[in-house]
Design a protein around this ligand. Structure first.
Ligand code: GAR
Length: 207
């Protein structure tokens, strides 16, 4: 067991960050959030972080629109290292992260994706699942690798698709499961009781 020192990166509302804060405050996750980072200056995730007394900063990721690379990536890695962060949590961070960040935190960058991967990587996954006619949808928490939404899976949760679901109602129910799944995945990482064997994360098998 080790107390995690987290940085949470997001682009929007920050409800997943909130679920992690809540789990910590309830004593259900042995972690601290050292830093919150957003790529939009008015992202609500920054307000949430500040409300909880967490250093919360805007990172200008120009000139790129969809990836984190170049000067912003350099600056982020420096910020994370200087604060002693050991685990980087992507919580609605809508950019592709690149090898420099991944190399600085090997197997320590985690992402949440609103689909049962490997189905529906990318954006608006809940709409993709609905349009495809899926009867179940869900959420995946996974280690980040060099691909898009492709790293080893830590936790998945299913959500039944209802006949009258809209993208909004389905996403709302997926989010309820996200808020359970992310603290659960981080508890596994904090426990240290797992091994990564190829694509498989074996939990409770560390010797
Ligand atoms: C969540 O549904 C998360 O799964 C999704 O963005 C939302 C962020 O919500 N992430 C992705 O789509 C990543 N490809 P939040 O800001 O309230 O945590």
């Amino acid at each position: 067991m080790s107390r995690l020192k987290l940085a949470v990166l997001g682009s929007g509302a920050g409800s997943n960050m909130q679920s992690i804060v809540d789990a910590i405050e309830r004593g259900e996750l042995d972690a601290e959030i050292a830093l919150v980072v957003a790529d939009f200056p008015d992202a609500k995730i920054l307000d949430r972080g500040r409300k909880h007394g967490i250093e919360s900063v805007y990172l200008d990721c120009a000139p790129y629109k969809t990836k984190l690379e170049g000067p912003a990536e350099d600056k982020l890695v420096e910020m994370l290292k200087s604060r002693g962060v050991d685990t980087v949590v992507l919580a609605g961070f809508m950019r592709i992260v690149k090898p420099k960040l991944l190399a600085a935190f090997p197997n320590r960058v985690i992402n949440i994706h609103p689909a049962l991967l490997p189905a529906f990587p990318g954006v608006h996954s809940w709409t993709q699942a609905l349009d495809y006619g899926c009867k179940v949808a869900g959420v995946t928490v996974h280690f980040v690798d060099a691909g898009t939404d492709s790293g080893p899976i830590i936790v998945q949760k299913c959500v039944k698709v209802e006949e009258d679901d809209t993208p909004e109602t389905l996403h709302a129910r997926i989010q309820v499961q996200e808020h359970i799944a992310y603290p659960e995945a981080l508890r596994i990482i904090a426990s240290g009781d797992y091994t990564i064997e190829g694509r498989r994360v074996r939990i409770g098998k560390a010797s």
